[in-house]
Design a protein around this ligand. Structure first.
Ligand code: UGA
Length: 444
């Protein structure tokens, strides 16, 4: 099938590439000429395991093309994906200007029936807005006879495993009431729904809400666990035992109940906020979501509070080694990353930071490069040199079994502040560390 994808960000690039991989003819279009030029040469703008090789392979086979030419792109695809960004407005609601601009572009150039697929995470009611905008443009062009259908088909990719998530989706949500569209979408996704039926068809608003509900539910699990972890610390209980104790109930499950330093990234914080704003706009007070957001904001400050207390409230002149800057492993993304809240608090208190991350060094340089209080280190070991204590914010694999003797030797006060519960407290005590983690008593 012929498919066009507007937007070569995370979602568009991964989805377009995977559709080409299974045999569809895909054109990815973007307004950013420089990005398109790089993609044509096989350079991808994000760090995502496995993606670059697939982009190169499918470009070479001719199934995947990149262009800035919207006229050609609209002519190509019977199916037109909208996968452009929906940044947060100042008040936290999703800004639809890019989505509506693409809708205008499609309506401006289309000459035959088109299926428009909203892939971006957009508030409930957006498909109606896209339809209205397209109808206006077609009317103005004097081509009101041209037909189209707007479908909501949200994505559920995780950064770091986006390719695998897209190749083996848990479910494919198709939001439309048009039978003919459903048939076309079934054909498009048939390669992903062969052994088990993955496609769930529903009305367009339910599909739009499903995306937010999924992310908000996951964010709720995390904030809930962080709350219980804070309680456990104060009650002298061990959250890791509690986690296993509750996860064994299949109604609760083991997934997404890891306490930590709060959720970050480009999705959860934005989507929780956007759903709160959607509810506010219709006069509904979303009490649970507001609590989820408040707990998360506070959780991002907990590690700093422990560090400050350990050093008797005085951090001026202290140097902290920081391992992990990305909001989670296997990405270089630092949007809403807990590391940023921590570093900024440490600097405010007069401390210095020596930081290392396996992938996010360039991004940190871009965000904070000019600050004197930050030293970017080439390895996790060099970050320890001359530091007072070690702080771990992201659970990269390479931090799982470090040389503890070396760490002990390098730190002036051998203490570890672990925001991800990576180590066994008893072992840390045996190794001579003062060890702070999340939801467990400090061990000495
Ligand atoms: C999230 C969802 O997991 C995807 O299903 C969804 O498609 C995506 O948002 C999106 O809307 O585009 P992502 O933001 O890439 O994906 O990252 P996650 O792996 O979900 O992690 C989010 C945050 O939660 C991270 O900061 C992570 O450290 C934190 N987290 C996760 C915890 O603190 N505890 C957990 O148990 C799990």
């Amino acid at each position: 099938m012929n498919v066009t994808v507007f937007g070569t960000g995370y979602v568009g690039l991964v989805q377009g590439t995977i559709l080409a991989e299974v045999g569809h003819q895909v054109i990815c279009v973007d307004v950013d000429a420089e990005k398109i030029e790089k993609l044509k040469q096989g350079h991808i703008p994000i760090y995502e395991p496995g993606l670059e090789a697939l982009v190169k392979e499918n470009s070479a086979s001719g199934r995947l093309q990149f262009t800035t030419d919207a006229t050609m792109a609209v002519a190509h695809g019977d199916i037109q994906f909208i996968a452009v960004g929906t940044p947060s407005d100042e008040d936290g609601s999703a800004d639809l200007k890019h989505v509506l601009k693409v809708a205008e572009t499609i309506a401006e150039h289309m000459e035959a029936h088109r299926i428009i697929v909203d892939k971006s995470t957009v508030p409930v009611g957006t498909a109606d807005k896209v339809s209205a905008r397209m109808a206006e443009v077609l009317e103005r062009r004097g081509r009101a006879e041209l037909t189209f259908d707007v479908v909501s088909n949200p994505e559920f990719l995780k950064e770091g495993s986006a390719v695998a998530d897209c190749q083996k989706p848990d479910r494919i949500i198709i939001g439309t009431e048009d039978e003919a569209t459903v048939e076309v979408m079934r054909e498009l996704y048939a390669p992903f729904s062969r052994q088990h039926e993955k496609i769930i068809v529903m009305d367009v608003k339910s599909a739009e809400l499903t995306k937010y509900a999924a992310n908000c539910m996951l964010a709720t699990k995390i904030s809930f666990m962080n709350e219980i972890a804070n309680l456990a610390e104060r009650l002298g209980a061990d959250i890791e035992a509690v986690r296993q104790g509750i996860g064994s109930d299949p109604r609760i499950g083991y997934h997404f109940i890891y306490p930590g330093v709060g959720y970050g990234g480009s999705c959860f914080p934005k989507d929780v906020q956007a759903l709160i704003r959607t509810a506010d706009a219709i006069g509904f007070d979303s009490k649970v979501l507001k609590a989820v957001e408040a707990r998360n904001a506070e959780q991002k400050t907990t590690l700093f509070a422990k560090i400050r207390e350990h050093f008797g409230g005085e951090l001026a002149g202290r140097t902290l080694a920081l391992w992990g800057l990305a909001f989670k492993p296997n990405t270089d993304d630092m949007r809403e990353a807990p590391s940023r809240v921590l570093m900024e608090a440490l600097w405010e208190a007069g401390a210095r930071v020596q930081a290392y991350d396996p992938e996010a060094m360039e991004e940190t340089q871009r965000l904070y490069g000019t600050r004197d209080e930050l030293t970017l280190c080439g390895t996790k070991e060099t970050a320890l040199k001359g530091a007072d204590a070690l702080v771990i914010v992201t659970e990269w694999q390479s931090f799982r079994a470090p040389d503890f003797d070396l760490i002990h030797q390098q730190l002036s006060e051998p203490s570890i502040f672990d925001g991800r519960n990576m180590y066994d407290p008893a072992r840390m005590a045996r190794k001579g560390f003062t060890y702070y983690s999340v939801g467990r008593l400090p061990s000495r």
